[in-house]
Design a binder for this molecule. Structure first.
Ligand code: GAP
Length: 489
């Protein structure tokens, strides 16, 4: 690109707190994400993906699916049922311990996570330089989990430190109670406890219970993986931040079954592969991705890391990578009475495999991609909003824009659009000035615009305009499909 072309585009620096507001509005206006059942006032933390959003989400899932299954000859996919035998959730520990400690404020009638209130308090003490007090609170907090009455211990800490609600400043607290995050529903005609089923809170258990089915039917040998994309449901106490924390969301999970003793090596390999995936395949800004190592491990894990992303509202988790030992398969062996061992056909060894899990949230990733891509700049003196999405992620790959909508030019453009549409998601737009049409496409992240003009009729060439630089060049119409294909690998 020449210097003159570069000067056409000037970036505008946006403060992060403004970005979320603008994103939510753009998402609705352009059909990425709508509030669920909006005409009835919506439903807290539930959202619908619109025409562009569902297209973009499908792209994300396809990219993940290809990276996790097609690129690995020893990983296969499944699509398990959302509702499962309730014994699954007894075995997995979700019935007894998939809880959050909650506390209510009597005055404001608002509900909070007790652990979040304490953790935020400790962070604030540290920010204010009150290190000694922060350490003291931290020690009591860590001891609370092992105390005879953990709920009481959390309550006493909140009351003793006079912790207030961050949003209202009130502190008229009830006792702390444990709140199970699983949604219950009744199966069958009788509404008694015998019909209780749960909406799955993670997709992983559908993989564990199918371990032998998949291994036998696909003739898999350890190490091998099972991948799945699907909905999960959690009755989250703390909601908010748009689609970041929802009660119904989609996970992209892979369970990798390995020989005990080899799990850490495998964990490290997956850790590297998953982190690089976000950069190489999705184009996320590398500096916005961070590692977080869990010091406090879940009872079933021997190592756990999160991949976190710098959202406009803070650095938050998008994927968890967990070394889950043989906990899940052992539990299912115990509860189902079915043998979950693997027999190595070469050595005759028998063991319950260990599991390395990669668990990514599709909706959080969607939000990460949107917030990373949102930008405003000025092109040739005209302000524009642009989603700088990677072409692979962008919902629309190209737009076909005839300079004149009627006659031979319009007909040529329509034929061109129809041909491109057989292979790519393409939009056709013949309304308003060409400048306005470019802006409309920039705002939804369309990486390329093909303009059909007078010269097209004479020599079958079109201009291709690049979204980010606004630079244009001419190419043969016949080459347009090949052009797009090369940009999408
Ligand atoms: N099977 C392991 C598991 O479920 P997790 O860390 O609880 O692990 C994995 O969840 C990912 O699922 C998270 O990194 C996040 O991206 C996504 N996720 C979890 N809860 C979510 C929620 N309420 N809304 C949106 N995404 C969520």
């Amino acid at each position: 690109m020449s210097n003159t072309e570069e000067k056409r585009v000037q970036n505008v620096n946006l403060p992060p707190d403004k970005v979320m507001h603008k994103l939510v509005s753009l998402a609705k206006r352009r059909g990425f994400v709508f509030p669920s059942s909006e005409i009835y006032g919506g439903l807290s933390s539930c959202f619908d993906y619109g025409p562009l959003g569902s297209e973009m989400k499908k792209n994300i899932k396809d990219i993940w699916w290809n990276a996790m299954t097609r690129k690995h000859s020893n990983i296969v996919g499944i699509d398990a049922s959302i509702m499962m035998n309730p014994a699954v959730w007894e075995a997995s520990g979700h019935v007894s311990s998939f809880n959050d400690p909650m506390i209510d404020d009597r005055t404001t009638k608002r509900r909070y996570r007790a652990d979040h209130l304490i953790e935020n308090h400790i962070e604030k003490l540290r920010r204010d330089g009150k290190t000694e007090q922060a350490d003291k609170v931290q020690t009591v907090y860590e001891a609370a989990a092992g105390s005879p009455d953990p709920n009481r211990a959390l309550y006493e800490l909140i009351a003793g430190e006079a912790i207030k609600a961050p949003d209202t400043g009130s502190g008229d607290w009830t006792e702390v109670r444990q709140f199970n995050l699983m949604f219950q529903c009744n199966m069958g005609a009788v509404a008694d406890t015998s019909g209780i089923v749960y909406l799955r809170p993670e997709t992983a258990q559908g993989i564990f219970v199918n371990f032998h089915n998949v291994r036998e039917s696909s003739r898999m040998k350890v190490p091998f993986g099972i991948a799945q994309i699907g909905k999960a449901f959690r009755n989250e106490i703390v909601k908010g931040n748009f689609i970041f924390r929802m009660v119904e969301f989609e996970q992209m999970e892979m369970q990798y079954f390995v020989k005990p003793g080899t799990q850490i090596e495998s964990f490290e390999a997956w850790r590297e592969e998953r982190f690089n995936w976000y950069i190489a395949e999705l184009g996320l800004t590398p500096e916005k991705l961070h590692w977080y190592k869990h010091d406090k491990l879940a009872h079933y894990a021997d190592l756990a890391y999160d991949i976190k992303f710098e959202f406009p509202f803070g650095i938050e988790e998008i994927e968890g990578i967990h070394s889950r030992t043989d906990f899940d398969l052992s539990q299912h062996q115990q509860y189902s009475g079915k043998n979950m061992e693997y027999i190595d056909q070469t050595t005759g060894e028998r063991y319950i495999p260990y599991v390395v899990e990669t668990s990514s949230g599709c909706d959080r990733l969607f939000l990460a991609l949107l917030s990373d891509a949102y930008s405003e700049d000025v092109v040739d003196g005209e302000p524009r909003v642009m989603l700088k999405l990677s072409p692979k992620v962008a919902p629309v790959k190209a737009a076909v824009l005839p300079l004149v909508k009627k006659g031979e030019m319009g007909e040529t453009a329509e034929r061109f659009r129809n041909d491109l549409s057989t292979a790519f998601m393409v939009q056709y737009d013949d309304a308003a000035s060409i400048g306005k049409r470019y802006r409309r496409q920039d705002e939804i992240g369309t990486p390329f615009c093909f303009t059909v003009d007078h010269q097209t009729i004479e020599d079958q060439t079109v201009t291709v305009r690049y979204r980010d630089s606004a630079v244009q060049e001419r190419i043969d119409m016949a080459r347009a499909k090949e052009f797009l294909a090369t940009k999408l690998v």
